[in-house]
Ligand binder design. Structure first.
Ligand code: PHE
Length: 350
């Protein structure tokens, strides 16, 4: 019986030694160790043996099983090493085949442009501030010189957050001016640490309840700008905007001011920039050679006073850059709704 067991292992050992692949090894394993395999058959035969032979045979059968398992494990290792060696020698390995390319995300164009502008403004001494998207009616309207029945509210169809109308989804980033004045400028003046000019930008998402089309979206992005100091003039405003344009387009760009009305600035303007894409008029500037860039103006004395800043001493300018519009201009996007659509066909182009 002892002999039978050992002579049973020899052919298995030979098969293992000849195995060329993991598949071969798996087949040998199945045929020898699994149910119905050679070892199992042997163990199954034990009850038919004379009682004195049973213990030794059982022990040997288990040894055979262990030998097969060890042989298979060793062979597996040998095959793996051989594969590595082959690869090292350049066999069966094609270095010119393209690798598996992981899909990569990228910055949303809105984020990319926001970051670029943040860099630019920070280099000009501005701080980047943030504010909540749910804003009080007070900060969004009242302190900005827009009292409850003011007609200017009609132009900003507002999503209200509560029945009393105390909170709204901010309709613009201008409450960023209010917060900057109340939270930064006033405490600094009071503490005697105010070092004018104070310069801040507030980029963010704004909301308006309006019918959407290619140029209107209920959610879009703006970037507020605020500068506060002594004797701030329209000249400073124009200078800052020209620096901004030089930063964005890398060269001098002519600007012009048209009167514009916003309750929180006086005087208020629409600032146009000479179309950076053409000389004689193109589709971007609608053949006019001018592009409406941003509304702006000198901070209204009422706004300064409302926020606790003495307008007899301090003055400032503010602007409201339409980030969504700027991104569209920059990348030639003709439908604002694409920006927040989450459509991969759109996003993958950036
Ligand atoms: N907040 C105004 C708007 O969204 C834009 C603006 C900002 C105008 C700052 C003047 C100064 O329409």
């Amino acid at each position: 019986m002892t002999e039978t067991l050992e002579s049973l292992f020899e052919p298995i050992r030979l098969r293992i030694a000849a195995a060329e692949s993991d598949d071969d090894l798996r087949r040998i394993e199945r045929e020898t160790l699994d149910k119905g395999g050679a070892v199992a058959a042997l163990l199954a035969g034990i009850p038919t043996l004379p009682p004195t032979e049973r213990p030794l045979t059982g022990k040997r059968a288990n040894e055979l099983k262990g030998a097969i398992q060890a042989g298979l494990a060793e062979a597996k290792e040998r095959l793996a090493l051989r594969a590595v060696e082959r690869e090292r020698l350049g066999e069966g390995f094609d270095a010119t085949l393209p690798g598996a390319r992981p899909t990569r995300g990228g910055l949303h164009p809105l984020v990319a442009v926001t970051r670029e502008l943040e860099d630019l403004f920070t280099s000009m001494g501005y701080v980047v501030l943030d504010g909540p998207e749910i804003e009080s009616d007070e900060n969004n309207f009242q302190l900005l010189n827009i009292p409850p029945d003011h007609p200017a509210r009609d132009a900003q169809d507002t999503f209200r957050c509560d029945a009393d109308g105390k909170f709204v989804l901010r309709t613009h980033t201008s409450p960023g001016q209010v917060r900057a004045l109340k939270e930064r400028v006033v405490p600094a003046i009071r503490a005697g640490t105010f070092a004018p000019p104070f310069r801040a930008i507030v980029p963010g998402k704004v909301f308006r309840q309006e019918t959407t089309d290619a140029s209107h979206e209920h959610t879009f992005h703006q970037m507020e700008g605020l500068v506060v100091g002594k004797d701030i003039s329209v000249g400073h405003l124009i200078g800052a905007m020209k620096t901004l344009l030089r930063g964005v387009f890398g060269r001098e760009i002519e600007v012009r001011l048209r009167p514009g009305y916003f309750p929180f600035v006086e005087p208020g303007f629409e600032l146009d920039a000479r179309c950076p894409f053409c000389k004689e008029g193109c589709s971007v500037c609608k053949r006019s050679t001018w592009i409406e860039l941003l509304p702006c103006g000198l901070v209204h004395p009422n706004v300064l006073r409302n926020c606790g800043v003495d307008p007899e001493v301090w003055s400032g300018f503010a602007f409201g850059l339409g980030l969504s519009r700027l991104v569209m201009l920059r990348y030639g996007i003709d439908d604002v709704r694409l920006l927040l659509s989450g459509d991969l066909r759109f996003l993958e182009q950036f």
